[in-house]
Design a protein around this ligand. Structure first.
Ligand code: NDP
Length: 446
């Protein structure tokens, strides 16, 4: 092993990639978990896996010029990080949000490598997107932007190379426009993107998969304490794709979600968000200008402007909005109020100190790379349906989702159990890492 301590290694990451703080955070968390495993296996040192695993295979940055409805020309940055293809073609979402930069996309792509490994499927890791802000844009502007983005991205992706999907700001509509443009340029109808409409190669349950999978993972965690979702109160953040379908599954399995949020604030509905109210949220969020505060007006509940929902008493907290949305103070307050399960629908929503607190207090804490892997897993199933050209039925795909989430849980237990506690962070990081590292060694110095 080239490094004597993990701190020595982490210092090199910080030095080499200045101004990429989210990437440092993601690497640090992983290295704390895998260090002993990496030191114990001399092959990992001999092949210098640590240095190699934190450098993307390639990083593509490009100009995206597009025209708005007033004929004004704008330029955004487009990115695709092809991080690691040791176990399969690059796979990971595209994010359109003004906060997007290299550090954020590198953290997401790095997490994706280990997450995809955990699914047990042959999927490498990547991520991409743009600092384009879809909020307030017309349909035509969104279409123009998606076309312009694909005008460059098409040359870097392909069904055997790199298969992007959606993420924040990229849903079914955006995937449709990008797929249309790819098909036009390449004159090829292939499964180059996932999250497609079911009429043109998409899989049933793909929109639901991240949120449903998250709740299936919570069910498995609760089983470890002979407990179930029945009657549990859950706080959920976000109100987009992941949050909506997490709520839907919570309701179906007998829990009571009481909050939802967006970047403006959160609503608290002590009677519980029902399926009927959730249908309203889905409709609301389909309208770009709509805000979660509209829910408060319609159902006469409290709206907390500029706040996050972690002060509300609950058994289970599911952060499903964005990175670093739950800090140490939030973590303390949650636990003081009796919360004993935290599972992440979003990627890295808890800060490093919040994560440490959850682990110190030995609650059931499911990190995003394990708990939210259902989305990419069903993307993998969408890819196999595209290859065979045989669409699967809803029950079949839902069954596969449950099976994969159970398998991920088993891997976390296998690598994360110590004494009477399951450290899911260690379990997910070590379980994901070993498969990728061993595959890199099998393939030599590439
Ligand atoms: P959506 O765009 O559908 O929804 C995002 C939600 O998060 C919105 O309610 C949005 O509010 C809120 N949000 C975004 N940025 C912020 C912020 N800075 N502060 C507060 N709230 C914010 O995205 P998804 O539901 O798809 O993604 C949510 C999270 O889940 C992300 O971390 C994503 O990486 C992760 N994820 C998604 C997967 C998927 O399949 N979609 C798979 C695995 C993980 P507003 O409308 O006000 O911006």
């Amino acid at each position: 092993m080239k490094y004597k301590t993990k701190e020595e290694f982490l210092d090199t990451v910080v030095d080499n990639y200045k101004d990429q703080k989210e990437f440092h955070q993601a690497v640090e968390e992983v290295v704390h978990s895998i260090w002993d495993t990496a030191v114990a296996n001399p092959e990992y040192g001999k092949f210098n896996i640590l240095d190699r695993i934190v450098v993307p295979d390639r990083t593509i940055i490009f100009r995206v010029p597009w025209m708005d409805d007033n004929n004004e020309v704008h330029v955004n940055l487009g990115y695709r990080i092809q991080f690691n293809s040791a176990i399969g073609p690059y796979k990971g979402g595209l994010r359109f949000h003004p906060s997007v930069d290299l550090g954020i996309l590198k953290f997401l792509a790095f997490e994706q490598v280990l997450k995809n490994s955990l699914t047990g499927l042959n999927l490498g890791g990547g991520k991409g997107g743009s600092n384009f802000d879809p909020k307030g844009k017309s349909d035509k502007e969104i279409m123009n932007f998606c076309y312009a983005f694909m005008n460059e991205l098409y040359r870097h992706i392909g069904r055997r190379t790199d298969i992007p999907a959606g993420d924040i700001g990229v849903g079914g509509r955006e995937i449709g426009y990008m797929f249309g443009q790819y098909k036009k340029i390449r004159n090829a109808f292939t499964g180059v993107l996932t999250g497609k409409g079911t009429n043109w190669g998409g899989s049933v349950i793909r929109p639901e998969a991240t949120g449903y999978g998250l709740v299936y993972f919570v069910v498995e965690m609760l089983k470890m304490r002979d407990d179930s979702l029945d009657g549990k109160i859950a706080t959920v953040s976000g109100s987009g794709n992941v949050a909506q379908f997490a709520c839907e599954k919570l309701i179906e399995l007998g829990a009571k979600p009481v909050t939802l949020s967006d970047s403006g604030g959160f609503i608290y509905d002590p009677d519980g968000i029902t399926q009927e109210k959730l249908e309203y949220v889905k409709e609301l969020k389909g309208v770009r200008s709509a805000r979660i505060s509209d829910y408060a007006k319609k159902y006469n509940v409290e709206y907390f402007e500029g706040k996050r929902p972690w002060s509300i008493k609950c058994d289970i907290a599911l952060p499903c909005a964005t990175q670093n949305e739950l800090n140490f103070d939030d973590a303390k307050e949650l636990l003081e109020n009796g919360c004993f399960v935290v599972a992440e629908g979003a990627n890295m929503p808890s800060t490093t100190n919040a994560v440490r607190h959850f682990i110190d207090k030995k609650i059931l804490y499911g990190p995003g790379k394990a708990a939210n892997a259902g989305g990419v897993a069903i993307s993998g199933i969408e890819m196999s349906q595209n290859s065979t050209r045989i669409p699967l039925k809803r029950d079949k795909v839902d069954g596969l989702l449950k099976e994969i989430m159970q398998r991920i849980h088993t891997t976390c237990v296998k690598y994360g159990s110590k004494d009477d506690f399951i450290n899911y962070v260690d379990g997910a990081n070590i379980g994901g890492f070993v498969r990728v590292a061993d595959s890199m060694i099998d393939q030599g110095i590439v």
